[in-house]
Ligand binder design. Structure first.
Ligand code: GDP
Ligand code: MN
Length: 344
């Protein structure tokens, strides 16, 4: 996965450049009740990186933020902060959804112990992250985003501007962790993707990286970028081809009848529409979202130098056992037995 020979040469001449700015924001969808988990995360992000770069924060919520939330988060950073309400149409059932069927399916998925299977807010969240966050009016002025969630940890100093780095190297999307999706949350997603591709052949990138998520078969291997961390170009999601893809999926109702996550939706779109050189693995961003972490393994460069505080022996990158257990623990699944695809 981290074989440098697989990567194109990248222009890393962005270190210590703290004056050139790109149009970028840190984007955080969060509940008022997660204020303290978010303060924990923001402090690390500021200390490790943003106190040098001063990128603005955009906080989004399906209900109004409290004054306490606004005051305490604004107090952590010297950067600009803005607080937005998610418009109802981005966080509700579209007209064509049969709500009785959606209710019944949630009940069944709850009984089957499918993770978040019984939750309607979780589904609105996944649909919002799949199809709408990049169209929120507070993001109109930006081209780039870094998605952050409450409770995540950043445990190495980052001394360069990842947005500028991406812009200079013609990158579109950056990730730190990839793993397998739970099969039972997306039973009909792949067949929907395949029919979209049949009907929209001209939209598929001839140099696509679909092979990474199919291993050359007809099936989805369930691999996806863990989307609680994303650094990316908003204009990719705003593009006509992606909107068409999202709307096609949305029409099928799988965000509600099943529990399609934004991570597989994003990953499949990236694999279909981009080429390999546009996707970047941020090895130097140490990141934890429980229960997994990415921690760079090069001890001289990252650990003896004092840059990091994570344990390099606890690194998810090549940990196939953990990736397998993540999917359907205790059950045998032919798909989870496959080795992880060699992405970037
Ligand atoms: P998980 O990472 O899949 O376990 O899901 P999370 O509970 O972490 O949710 C993903 C992100 O969406 C986090 O940033 C949450 O704060 C946010 N989120 C999830 N549900 C809601 C919700 O109902 N309202 C708001 N405002 N944010 C939510
Ligand atoms: Mn989370």
């Amino acid at each position: 996965m981290n074989d440098p020979s697989l990567r194109p040469p990248l222009n890393v001449d962005t270190s210590s450049n703290t004056t050139t700015r790109v149009k970028a924001a840190i984007v955080i969808l969060v509940r008022n009740s997660e204020l303290n988990d978010l303060r924990f995360t923001m402090h690390q992000l500021e200390d490790r990186w943003n106190k040098k770069f001063h990128y603005p924060y955009v906080f989004l919520n399906d209900v109004e933020f409290t004054d306490e939330f606004k005051e305490l988060t604004t107090g952590i950073t010297e950067s600009e902060t803005s607080y937005g309400l998610v418009p109802t149409e981005m966080w509700s059932y579209p007209s064509w959804i049969n709500q009785t069927k959606a209710d019944e399916n949630r009940e069944r998925m709850e009984k089957d112990n499918i993770i978040y299977g019984g939750s309607l807010p979780y589904r609105h969240m996944c649909r919002f992250n799949s199809g709408f966050f990049f169209r929120h009016p507070l993001l109109d002025e930006y081209d780039w985003y870094w998605r952050v969630e409450p409770s995540v940890e950043f445990s190495c100093n980052l001394d360069y501007d990842p947005f500028l780095f991406m812009q200079k190297n013609n990158l579109t999307y950056g990730f730190t962790i990839s793993l397998f999706e739970f099969n039972n949350t997306i039973p009909t997603l792949w067949q929907t993707v395949k029919s979209f591709m049949r009907e929209n052949k001209e939209l598929v990138n001839p140099k696509n990286v679909m092979n990474f998520i199919t291993d050359g078969t007809e099936d989805y291997n369930l691999c996806h970028f863990w989307s609680n961390f994303e650094i990316g170009n908003l204009n990719f999601w705003r593009s006509e081809r992606y909107i068409k893809f999202f709307e096609y999926l949305d029409q099928q109702g799988g965000f509600f009848y099943e529990r399609w996550g934004d991570a597989p939706v994003h990953s499949i779109a990236l694999a279909m529409f981009l080429e390999k050189s546009e996707i970047h693995f941020f090895n130097d961003i140490a990141y934890r979202h429980n229960p997994y972490q990415h921690c760079p393994e090069d001890k001289d460069r990252y650990h003896y130098s004092g840059l990091c505080h994570c344990d390099p022996n606890e690194n998810f990158d090549e940990d196939i056992t953990k990736a397998e257990n993540h999917n359907n623990p205790g059950e045998s699944s032919t798909q989870s037995k496959k080795p992880r695809p060699n992405i970037i």
